[in-house]
Every structure is written in C-alpha cells, then in structure tokens.
Design a protein around this ligand. Structure first.
Ligand code: H79
Length: 449
C-alpha cells in the first residue's frame, strides 16, 4: 500500500489529480451540487466479497439467521479466513469489467455484518492481512480505481458480529445479532466504528460514498457522529440512508420503487411505497435521490449453488426502468474465492455494456422521464430531449400519451440516427416505426425539443 499520508502533491499535480476526480467541478467552484457526478453516473458495480465466498454461503446471514439453505455453524464460518487466499485477484480486472459494463462507480464491502475487514485495520485482528492472502484488498482496489479514474465507494456494516462491544460474543450471533446498545461497553463500539471510518477515509484516496447497512434500530449507531466524522475528512463523500438519518439517497434493496421517490419518505424492506400517486411526476425540488441495489442471481456473496441468473435483457430493462424513475442501479457481483468474477456475471455485464455502448446517451446524465407507467416502454429525459426505450415492440406505430410532452422538432433512432415520422395532436403522439425491433433488448427513440 502506498502511504497516502506522507504524500504532498505540488500545485500542478493537485490540479491534475483534481481534474481526474469526480469532485473536480465542486472543488473548482463550477458546480455546487456535490451529488452531480452521482446523478449522472446512473450505473454502478456493487461487490460483496469476503471469506464467506470460500463456502458458497450468503454473507454473514448464515450465522445471524441460521437456515437450511446455508448449513454452516458459526464456528465453521468464523474459521473461513484461514482458507481465504484469492491468488487470482486482479483489481485492475475488476475495474476493467465495470468499465466494460458501462458502470461509472464501484462500491466494495470493506466490512460486512460478520465484522471481517477486507482492509488492514489497526483496530482488529479479524482482517484480510491475517489470512493466507495477507494483502490489503481494499488498498489494491483503491489503487486500481485511481489508475482508471473509477470512483470508489465503501460499504461498511454498522452491525458487527465479531466485536465484543457490539454484542456479547460468548453467545451465538443468532441470539443477539441486532446488537446490545444498553450494555456499558456500547460506546467502545461507536469509537471503533469512527476509528475505522477514519482509516477508510484517510488511507485510500477519494471515497465517493459510504454505504452503511444499518439493519434495524439504526439510531443506536449515532449517525450524526458518523456523518460528522466522514464530512470532516472528505466533505464530498455521499452517505446513504441506513444509519438512522436520511443522508443523501434512498436505497431500495432488490426492488424498484413503484413511483418516482420524493423527499421525506424512507424506502426500505418494510416500506416500499413512495407515498405518491402512481405515475406522479415530482418537481426537481421534491425529487429524492435513490439507488436500487440488486443481485444478478439471488445471493450477494459468491454461491456456486445459485444458478438463478437474471438474463442480460432483464438487467438492461431494470437499468432503464430505474433510470426512468431518476434512480441509480447498483448491480452486485460476488467474486469467487480464487479472486475471479464468475463467467455468468461477466457475460451479463459485458452484454449490458454492449447495449450501453450504443445507447448510453439515453442513460448517463438523464433524469426521470415525462411519461411514467406506460405499457411496453420507459422514458428518460435530458435537457429538452426525451428518450423512449421500447421493451415490447408495437409493430409499425408507437402511441405515446403526450399530456406531459412539449412539442418536439424531431424523432429518430438513437442508434444510427434514422429519422422517424411522427404526429403530435389531441394529447397523443404517434411515431412511425419499422415493423421489427431493431434492438431485441430495447430500442431507443430520441425525441428532440
Ligand atoms: O449486504 C446485503 C445484505 O446482506 C444486506 N444488505 C445487502 C446490501 C441485507 N441486510 N438485510 N437484508 C439484506 C434484508 C434482510 C433480509 C432478511 Fe433474511 C430476511 C433477513 C432475515 C430474513 C435473507 C433471508 C437473509 C436471511 C434470510
């Protein structure tokens, strides 16, 4: 690991570094919204990786909620780091894969609920540098992201099954996995959290976001204190909504909000409703930033027994659907214990990337579209342009309700630019189309103002 603390860049180097940073606009004074890069990014890679990958079991939950699905004892689970040796891990390959998929940021599990640290924390022995692999994986990934100009964020679990101040570790985790904040040692756990956040925010360069996964009763983690600690070190770091205070964005997990999210409504496993009418179009000020995280199969961790892969077409549609409601799509991979990302994930990510190469203008930098809840297509918007993503090809004519639409000057295929005839009258827009879908995954039509 490079020692970042001893490094003092010259002014020229600083400007060069700044230009490569997602924070550049803000730091250079041209842009005041520190969420701007994130709003534009739209698509990210989530990575769940730890010694749990050795056993093809879900991350942490097998000891918190033992189940027949993942038959492993807590003792066996806790011994997994002794076998964790991902000799084929290549951080640059992870970043290259994300780029090939069209993903604009990455979020890595620095510590999951099990408490195992994928970085060389000074405050625990339960960490990557004490495995046969020995190397700081968070450090390797941070360096690769810096080389490639890829924004990197850190997932950090407040719940920590390994820490004796979080819970009485002489009991099985299944009995007290939600933590024991009434014990006198609890403040020591909050100190530990803050110290680790400081490590993460001072050693690894720019941290574009912190993704807390606070589970239940999140107020016990003193979110205000953790926010202060983060902001004092990196003022531009975004913080999600899972540490008891709203933070910068909502995080629907494995689902899409049915309508465009608005401020003041927390979305989580139990509360999936946005509180608005279906198809409601909020003002820019009402809109609440959000990100759906999702697995490609049904497991966050690597699981050789889980073959229920979503198709690339399905994933492209989900990306479009998320973008059509103004959100970001954080799509997860669980790397294998040898350090390779499995072929099934790579195939799908590269297929999404191929579609993005042709159509990314309808995704990056867009926001929610003016037509919501339509049958067979989804819209996004950028400036005066509207993009219509057709999922179910209608034949030679597409009908769009034009209630919320301005008068357009032209319509064309986004890919190839072929002009399309259209009519706008009586609250309807009709666009003439070829009889067959040019793109079997989703064809994009660009309407220009
Ligand atoms: O890190 C991933 C998950 O481990 C974590 N968040 C994502 C990003 C997560 N925490 N809680 N949940 C997901 C949802 C909780 C699901 C549960 Fe269950 C239902 C917990 C107990 C019942 C799933 C099914 C886990 C155990 C059984």
């Amino acid at each position: 690991m490079r020692d970042m603390s001893a490094y003092k860049p010259s002014r020229r180097e600083l400007l060069t570094l700044l230009a490569a940073s997602p924070f550049a606009p803000r730091l250079l004074g041209a842009e005041t919204d520190y969420t701007a890069w994130y709003r534009e990014a739209k698509f990210g890679m989530f990575i769940h990786w730890g010694p749990y990958s050795v056993a093809s079991v879900e991350a942490s939950w097998p000891i918190m909620r033992p189940s027949k699905e993942f038959p492993i004892t807590e003792e066996q689970y806790r011994a997994l780091p002794q076998q964790f040796n991902p000799t084929k891990f290549d951080a640059d390959a992870f970043v290259a894969l994300a780029k090939a998929a069209g993903q604009k940021y990455m979020v890595f599990t620095t510590k999951h609920h099990d408490g195992f640290c994928m970085f060389d924390s000074a405050y625990t022995d339960y960490k990557i540098t004490n495995t046969p692999y020995k190397k700081d994986i968070v450090g390797r990934l941070a360096e690769a992201c810096q080389r490639a100009g890829m924004p990197l964020g850190f997932y950090y679990s407040p719940p920590d099954m390994n820490h004796a101040a979080f819970r009485d570790t002489s009991k099985p985790a299944s009995e007290n996995w939600n933590g024991e904040p009434t014990r006198s040692v609890w403040p020591l756990y909050l100190d530990y959290m803050e110290l680790q956040l400081r490590e993460l925010l001072t050693r690894y360069g720019d941290v574009v976001l912190i993704w807390f996964d606070g589970l239940y009763n999140q107020r016990k983690f003193d979110g205000e204190r953790m926010h202060r600690a983060i902001r004092a070190l990196q003022a531009q770091t975004l913080i999600n909504n899972r540490i008891g205070i709203p933070g910068d964005f909502e995080t629907p997990e494995q689902f899409l909000p049915a309508a465009i999210p608005v401020k003041g409504k927390k979305l989580d496993w139990e509360n999936r409703d946005t509180g608005t009418k279906a198809n409601y179009i909020p003002t820019a000020d009402e809109f609440r930033l959000w990100e759906t995280c999702m697995t490609i199969n049904n497991t966050w961790a690597y699981n050789k027994n889980d073959q229920a892969f979503k198709s690339s077409r399905q994933l492209i549609h989900t990306l479009v659907e998320v973008a059509s409601r103004g959100g970001n799509f954080l799509l997860n991979v669980g790397p294998q214990p040898d350090g390779i990302i499995q072929a099934e994930f790579q195939e799908r990510l590269r297929a999404i990337g191929k579609w993005m190469e042709r159509n990314n203008a309808s995704i990056y930098g867009t926001t929610y579209g003016p037509v919501q809840g339509a049958k067979g297509f989804r819209t996004t918007a950028k400036g005066r342009d509207v993009f219509v993503h057709v999922f179910d090809w209608p034949g030679t004519e597409l009908n769009v309700s034009a209630e919320n639409l301005p008068k357009f000057g032209s319509a064309s295929m986004l890919e190839g630019g072929q002009p399309l005839e259209f009519k706008q009258q009586d609250g309807r827009m009709t666009i003439k189309l070829p009889s067959e879908a040019p793109d079997p995954d989703a064809t994009v039509i660009r309407l220009q103002g």
